[in-house]
Ligand binder design. Structure first.
Ligand code: ADP
Ligand code: MG
Length: 698
């Protein structure tokens, strides 16, 4: 099949709806989607029936309401299209009601206290702004997959999609007010757009299955460094190995079928690390697609006897994986609001939106940080790795210079051209800065969008985008309110840009974010630097954020608290799994292996002695080995004690803090001994695959 035939072949797309739905029904549905109206039941019935016929033609037997609970992954429960008929047989049907709403029970998902068991009902509701698709598997099973929001009996959000949709509405409303105040009468809706670049590792399945830590925790808890790491930089953009490109081809086909615009693929910096980037879409669709991307990456890998690792830090000592969240705002008539314009008035608009971001990110750096806080991402943020835990904005020198000059009332020049008057009404053409290759900034302006780089590779992008949309909505709200009241809009716009820059320029940093000087400089500027998730998550329940999310009707006080509780609890659970996996491996694999080698050495020494030959080498090694073994055993005991203590704590935050402060350090201490043992025990006695095998044998 040709690419154009494959692409979208499993999507109940706008084109298919237009072809198959009666004209009136199609029109009503479009209006529902575009204007966020409630769906009429008669329309839903026809759409459902048409959708079912299409799915059956394509071999589907089941449908599912696909949703995104707070676990960060997706959930689905399959129902077949059959119903019992009066005469004892079956009929194939799918009603509007079944399309619009489901009741998956699903009482085992985390709700953070929003659902007590006696009213454990949770509902799924069709999100008609994201198209239904067919999911297919290797053996040809086809499931009609309907994107839905997951809410409680009382209408509280139990998922990641609901607040995302609310935040999109909020930012659209406020951005539109700004545009109206600036005289735009044609744009009707603003959407936030996202292009998430997905990093991942591949590992041979055989090796993966031999490592309990990879299987259960998604990362290697132990492992001595391989003699070669990423120092030669020969992996980044290197030629893609056949085995990997076979995988990528299969992956692309699966993604394209579902209408996912897989566009760019390449080798990443670390050995066995790769990236896939799609073409950007509305935040909602991009989020759905990214979940499908992660799921499909893992599924397709298994077909190639590979395993796809999405963990932020599968291996110590080499780069981890992130997800660059490219974000912008655009109007329904195609104007990217973060694109510098050619005329002064376009540039007033551009600089106002830029100012909104400046204000939003500086004011709510803590919230952005919190949206990327989970146990796995702690290995990146705040460790010696990209990007640091301090939120700052990279603007580029040229743009910073323009803002700086405006704020001081100085002449603005760009690319050598001089402009006589001061003020935004005489702004020069702002050149699109394509020179950003500052890969160290957590929040970089890249010419016509912002790239939020703190997001972890395994996490849902919903949370970060809920935050981006909402903090931007607030900043735009303030700008709109000022502009609406002002007589001289241009003068007011100039004043806003000036004031915002003066107040919030501390968050701009164009230098090297990895340098040792930056945390010191950031501290002087008063920028927060929170290096661990347990503390970072607190930003969700401050008065400041609850006020913010409530005001823009994105998340209620209760919903914020439930989320906070769930995330803190998940942190503790994850570290607990790691600790238990570590204990298991050390007890059942590493200590026995080291003891076996010790016995081998002791026997060798005896054998030498029996023939009156000294064995100084064996003796030396045995001494080292015995020392490490003793130390490992002691540290194992400490880890067991720390874990047992943490397990007993009932209070969620204290529990998570104990895992952070006691269990993680105990695991790290144990790792030092085990990795040292790995360096001396012969390979054939070492019970698990080594870093060299995991990273280079692909
Ligand atoms: P790189 O960051 O590697 O230079 P690109 O700039 O080409 O790569 O794009 C990275 C991602 O940003 C892609 O997924 C692309 O679709 C996305 N992107 C481009 N424009 C926008 C936009 N206006 N809004 C959101 N994402 C965008
Ligand atoms: Mg990028």
């Amino acid at each position: 099949m040709e690419l154009t035939e494959i692409f979208g072949s499993n999507v109940f797309s706008d084109k298919i709806m237009q072809e198959r739905l009666p004209k009136q029904i199609y029109k009503a549905l479009r209006e529902t989607i575009e204007k966020d109206l409630p769906l009429r039941p008669d329309v839903a019935d026809v759409v459902a029936n048409t959708m079912k016929d299409w799915a059956l033609e394509k071999g589907a037997t089941h449908y599912t309401h696909w949703f995104q609970p707070l676990t960060g992954i997706t959930a689905e429960k399959h129902d077949s299209f059959i119903s019992a008929s009066a005469d004892g047989g079956i009929i194939v049907e799918f009603s509007g009601k079944q399309l619009i709403q489901g009741e998956p029970d699903a009482s085992s998902f985390p709700s953070g206290g929003l659902r007590s068991t006696f009213e454990a009902r949770g509902y799924t509701a069709w999100d008609c702004t994201s198209p239904a698709i067919l999911k297919t598997d290797e053996s040809g099973n086809v499931t009609l997959t309907i994107p839905t929001a997951f809410i409680s009996y009382n209408g509280e959000a139990l998922d990641k999609k609901t607040p995302l949709l609310r935040s999109m509405k909020a930012v659209s409303k406020q951005a539109l007010r700004v545009l109206r105040a600036l005289g735009n009468t044609t744009s009707m809706k603003i959407t936030s757009t996202v292009g998430p670049e997905q990093e991942y590792f591949l590992v041979d399945k055989e090796f993966y299955l031999d490592r309990l830590d990879l299987m259960l925790a998604g990362r290697t808890i132990f492992g001595a460094p391989a003699p070669k790491g990423q120092e030669l930089e020969d992996q980044y953009f290197g030629a893609i190995k056949d085995r990997v490109s076979d995988y990528m081809n299969d992956l692309n086909t699966e993604l394209w079928k579902m209408g996912i615009t897989s566009k760019t693929q390449h080798n990443e910096v670390a050995p066995a690390q790769y990236e896939m980037a799609p073409i950007f879409a509305t935040t909602n669709i991009a989020t759905d697609h990214n979940q499908l991307v992660m799921e499909t990456m893992q599924k397709v890998a298994l077909r190639h006897d590979l395993v796809c690792l999405l963990h932020e830090k599968p291996y110590a000592g080499i780069n981890g994986s992130g997800k660059h969240n490219n974000w912008s705002l655009s109007t329904n008539d195609g104007i990217n609001l973060l694109e510098p314009g050619r005329t002064p008035s376009e540039n007033v608009q551009f600089l106002l939106f830029l100012s909104a971001l400046l204000r939003a990110v500086d004011t709510h750096a803590d919230i952005l940080r919190a949206t990327c806080a989970h146990a796995a991402n702690d290995h990146r943020l705040g460790a010696n790795e990209a990007p640091p835990a301090i939120i700052s904005i990279f603007m580029g020198d040229e743009l910073t210079d323009i803002l700086e000059k405006i704020s001081k009332g100085q002449k603005v020049t760009a690319r050598g051209a001089q402009f006589v008057n001061v003020g935004v009404d005489t702004l020069p053409e702002i050149p699109k800065d394509n020179t950003d290759r500052n890969r160290t900034s957590p929040f970089a302006f890249t010419g016509n969008k912002f790239e939020f780089r703190m997001v972890g590779s395994s996490q849902s992008i919903a949370g970060p985008n809920v935050a981006l949309n909402t903090i931007t909505a607030q900043a735009l709200d303030e700008i709109a309110t000022r502009l609406e009241k002002a007589k001289d809009k241009n003068a007011e716009a100039a004043a806003i840009i000036k004031e915002t820059y003066k107040k919030h320029s501390r968050v701009i940093f164009n230098g090297n974010n990895y340098s040792e000087a930056w945390p010191k400089e950031a501290a002087k500027r008063g920028l927060p630097n929170v290096t661990n998730s347990v503390d970072a998550l607190k930003a969700f329940i401050t008065d400041k954020s609850i006020k913010l999310f409530e005001k823009y009707e994105v998340l209620s006080h209760k919903e914020m608290h439930s989320r906070y509780d769930i995330y803190v609890e998940t942190y503790a659970k994850q570290i607990n799994i790691e600790a238990r996996a570590a204990i298991d491996m050390v007890k059942k694999q590493f200590i026995p292996a080291a003891a076996e080698y010790a016995t081998f050495l002791a026997e060798s020494i005896s054998a030498f002695k029996a023939v009156s030959v000294a064995a100084p080498v064996q003796q030396d090694i045995l001494k080292d080995l015995a020392g490490l073994l003793a130390s490992a055993y002691k540290n194992l005991g400490k880890l067991e004690a720390a874990t047992a203590k943490a397990q007993e704590i009932a209070e969620t935050v204290k529990k998570a803090e104990t895992y952070r402060d006691k269990v993680i350090p105990a695991m790290q201490a144990l790792r030092i001994d085990i990795d040292a043992l790995e360096m001396i025990v012969p390979r054939d006695m070492w019970p698990v695959p080594t870093y060299a095998e995991l990273l280079f044998k692909l």
